[in-house]
Design a protein around this ligand. Structure first.
Ligand SMILES: [Zn+2]
Length: 65
């Protein structure tokens, strides 16, 4: 079982690489049980989306992944 620290590391890792099946499963399992990490992950994705759109100079109305 992952702890919150490992989950936050995975949350940022998955923005850069594809997680393994095992990582994805334990990540999702943890998010189901932990509101703090759910919030962290949502914020991280929002930030990441905003930053990469900004970096690419694209219009901010679409989220492509
Ligand atoms: Zn957690």
């Amino acid at each position: 079982m992952l702890n919150c620290k490992q989950v936050t590391r995975l949350a940022s890792a998955r923005l850069d690489r594809r997680l393994t099946l095992r990582e994805r499963l334990s990540f999702r399992l943890h998010l189901m049980m932990c509101a703090a990490c759910r919030r962290f992950d949502a914020q991280l994705q929002f930030m990441h989306g905003a930053m990469s759109r900004f970096g690419r100079g694209e219009r901010p109305d679409r989220e492509d992944r």
